[in-house]
Design a protein around this ligand. Structure first.
Ligand code: GTP
Ligand code: MG
Ligand code: ZN
Length: 291
């Protein structure tokens, strides 16, 4: 008998699947190459009490992944919103934020920025300042404290599958525990007792809030490689570049130092923010990556 379900956790090639009848399975793929991501819709066939074989993948609405020269890493499938979790402390990488935003723009997924740990007021002004280039572009930014009050985020979740993405230690799992009754996701306090290393969350996990609302916790990112995107896809991933694209003197302009570059002209005029332009240069490999 075959059943349809959702992959709610991916540990290497072992998956947890919850079928639409509410049962939880430990599933393995039938083929060698068929990789699943958290959030994937699959068809399984029971092989034991709670053991199952994944016999088919249903089409994906979206797929978030990152890649370097050598390999791709699936982040999650079928998400329609990405919440980029930053915090007042420790300091976050603005370039990583730009990279995740390019991935979201490319997949057509709505992006929302959360500034967590706003109870740590000493670092609040500096964190807001680092986020200013992003809020100026119109990306929504919610200030909250996972320890105190997450209600600002609740209305953004309804009716969507949202993934929390960000560097380690920003408070993604703490947010999950505040938002999902009974979630009990491991956070740093717990893992330091277990001594499980730097990243507390080791794999993506999907939590259902109701029939059409879900939220995915994901492991902290240090890198967000975009090697799978072309130059054109990357430049379009910067919304503030779009009005000038196609207006450079050379049609194959890389927006580096070419004469008559319309993008560079807007940077020099202050219409494109210098940090964002630096992120673009780093992503397309115009210079060595900075932090
Ligand atoms: N002061 C303060 N600390 C917070 C807040 N949210 C989370 N923290 C703390 O930040 C630390 C990291 O939180 P986690 O939820 O484990 O972070 P994470 O983003 O899930 O980290 P990874 O799983 O490694 O990616 C923990 O010690 C939390 O208690 C907050 O709103 N205020
Ligand atoms: Mg975590
Ligand atoms: Zn140009």
């Amino acid at each position: 008998m075959s059943l349809e379900g959702t992959v709610v956790a991916a540990h290497g090639r072992h998956y947890e699947v919850i079928t639409d009848d509410g049962r939880r399975w430990r599933a393995v793929p039938r083929g060698k190459k068929s990789l699943c991501a958290c959030g994937d819709r699959v068809v399984i066939e029971a092989t034991g009490d709670d053991g199952a074989l994944i016999i088919a993948h249903l089409p994906r609405r979206s797929l978030l992944y990152r890649s370097d020269q050598w390999k791709q890493k699936l982040i999650a499938a079928n998400t329609d919103q990405i919440v980029l979790v930053t915090a007042t402390e420790p300091a976050f990488s603005a370039e990583l934020l730009s990279r995740a935003l390019v991935a979201a723009e490319h997949e057509g997924i709505r992006a929302v920025i959360v500034l967590n740990k706003c109870d740590l007021t000493a670092a609040l002004a500096a964190a807001r300042e680092r986020l200013r280039p992003f809020t100026a572009l119109g990306y929504p930014m919610l200030e909250l404290s996972a320890h105190r009050d997450t209600s600002a985020l609740t209305p953004w979740l309804a009716g969507r599958t949202t993934i929390l993405v960000g560097q380690s230690g920003m408070g993604k799992s703490t947010l999950i525990n505040a938002l999902v009754p009974g979630a009990r996701a491991a956070t740093r306090e717990i893992s330091s007792a277990l001594d499980s290393g730097k990243h507390t969350t080791t794999h993506a996990t999907l939590y259902s809030l109701d029939e059409d609302t879900a939220i995915i916790d994901s492991p902290g990112l240090q890198e967000f490689g975009l090697a799978h995107l072309s130059f054109g896809e990357i430049e379009h991933g910067f919304p503030e570049f779009r009005p000038t694209l196609g207006q450079c003197r050379f049609h194959d302009c890389r927006h580096a130092a070419e004469p008559g570059c319309a993008v560079k002209a807007r940077v020099d005029a202050g219409a494109i923010e210098a940090h964002r332009y630096a992120h673009f240069r780093a992503i397309v490999g115009l210079e060595d990556k900075k932090s």
